[in-house]
Each structure stands twice: as C-alpha cells, then as structure tokens.
Design a protein around this ligand. Structure first.
Ligand SMILES: Cc1cc2nc3c(=O)[nH]c(=O)nc-3n(C[C@H](O)[C@H](O)[C@H](O)COP(=O)(O)O)c2cc1C
Length: 225
C-alpha cells in the first residue's frame, strides 16, 4: 500500500534530539568553518520557520539567503561597521572579547559566516510583525541546531537597513508566482526586520563560545501549581 503523501503540517524530519534539547543547548556562534550548509538543510529550516505562529496567521516573514561572498553582504560589512562606530561607539575588539571569540578584522559584523540571511516582514498585523518574525527566526534557529548548524542574530546589520532593503526590493520573491493581488502589494511594502548568520561552528573555538549566562528567575506564578 502506498504511504500517505507528507502533509504541510507533518513533523519535518526525524530529529537527532527532541526540540526542547535544542532550546537548552543552543548558543550564538561567531566563528565558523569554511563549509557552506546545503540548500536542502536551509530549506528545511525555513520550513520550520514558516510553521511559527503569527498574528492572524499572516506569516509576514520573508527569508533572503545570501552567501558571504555576495556583493550585498560585502557592501554591508564596511557600511554597518562605520555606522556602528559612529552611532553606538561600538568597540568591535571589546565586543569579540566579551563573546569569547577572536576579533574578526575582515568581518566584525557577520563573522565571515558562510551564509547571511536577511529577514523582512510584510502584510502582518500592525505592531505584531516583529513578534511574528522573532518567533519564526527562533523556529529556524532550533531547526538549524538539530542539523548541527549554528546561528547568531545580527542586530548591528540594521544600521545598513536602507541599503539592504534597496537590494532586496529589486528581487521578486516567491510571491511573484502568486496571483493574490493583496499579497503582491504587501510584498512591495516589506520592512527590514533582522539579519542572522548560519554555518558550522568552528570546533577550535567552540569551547569559548559557551552560552551567555542566564537568569531563570523571570517568572511569576500568579496561582498555585
Ligand atoms: C535581536 C538580537 C540582536 C543581536 N545582535 C547581535 C549582533 O549584532 N552581533 C552579535 O555578535 N550578536 C548579536 N546577538 C546575539 C546576542 O549577543 C546573544 O543572543 C546573547 O548574548 C545570548 O547569547 P546566546 O544566544 O549564545 O545564548 C543578537 C541577539 C538578538 C536576539
């Protein structure tokens, strides 16, 4: 008997560890091997990201996947570096030190990660798009973790958001194939949300890149449990 076709809601893959372990084990990585993750792995992580909850199920996120050598990524590095120094007085050497990684002079923004991903939002409920994209990104991060891939959100890249959006707006995403006029309009109004990097952690520096300390005392149980 033929096995049933996989449904969109089915669990994506058999996982080497339960998802909760990925949440406990994940940390941001800033030193990467020179090894590019496969398109299949990235696509599976995006599928996980697309399963995130969103306000009114608007799914406002869009993922733009770039290789590090891409001209846009190369343009963003010096732009973001200069703007971070001018605006936040960022000391990149100190930042690297505080993260327990060597200072990456070539690329202190994306840490020469093999893959840089820009996340934009469009068509979400007003005020909820950032929340939706954050939840979606975390789904991506945990799916990546389960595939042996590491991530680091790169908020500092937002200093180059206008230039990034200028380029992304030239690309017509998957909605080009859509006949939904409303979605096409929403696609044109997409907003920059965040960037993150993806790759295989460099084993040599893996030990230093421990998860940052956490305070778990952030909950009030308002009733007896
Ligand atoms: C919205 C956001 C923006 C961030 N931006 C940067 C960044 O620009 N550069 C960087 O090295 N890390 C960045 N991080 C990573 C944080 O420093 C990291 O998540 C935090 O120190 C906790 O460490 P962990 O992710 O290893 O648990 C960012 C994290 C978030 C959530």
């Amino acid at each position: 008997m033929a096995s049933p076709a996989p449904s969109e809601t089915a669990a994506p893959v058999a996982s080497p560890c339960p998802p909760i372990d990925a949440a406990f084990g994940r940390r941001s990585v800033r030193v990467f091997q020179n090894r590019v993750p496969s398109k299949e792995d990235i696509a599976e992580c995006v599928r996980a990201a697309c399963l995130a909850p969103s306000g009114h199920n608007k799914q406002p996120w869009r993922y733009y996947v770039y290789r590090h050598e891409n001209a846009l990524v190369q343009r963003v590095i010096p732009l973001a570096r200069e703007r971070c120094i001018a605006t936040f007085h960022t000391d990149f050497r100190k930042l690297a030190e505080s993260c327990g990684v060597p200072y990456n002079e070539v690329d202190p923004i994306f840490y020469q990660a093999p893959v840089v991903i820009f996340v934009t939002a469009c068509g979400g409920l007003p005020g909820l798009e950032n929340m939706d994209c954050g939840l979606s990104m975390e789904n991506f991060f945990l799916a990546a973790e389960r595939r042996g891939l590491s991530t680091c959100p790169i908020g500092l890249a937002a200093t180059a958001a206008p230039e990034i959006m200028e380029e992304l707006n030239k690309l017509r995403g998957p909605l080009d194939a859509s006949h939904d006029a409303k979605e096409k309009i929403a696609e044109k109004q997409q907003k920059y949300t965040c960037a993150f990097v993806l790759g295989y952690a460099d084993a040599e520096h893996d030990v230093q890149q421990k998860r940052q300390p956490r305070n778990f005392n952030k909950v009030v149980f308002a009733d007896q449990f």
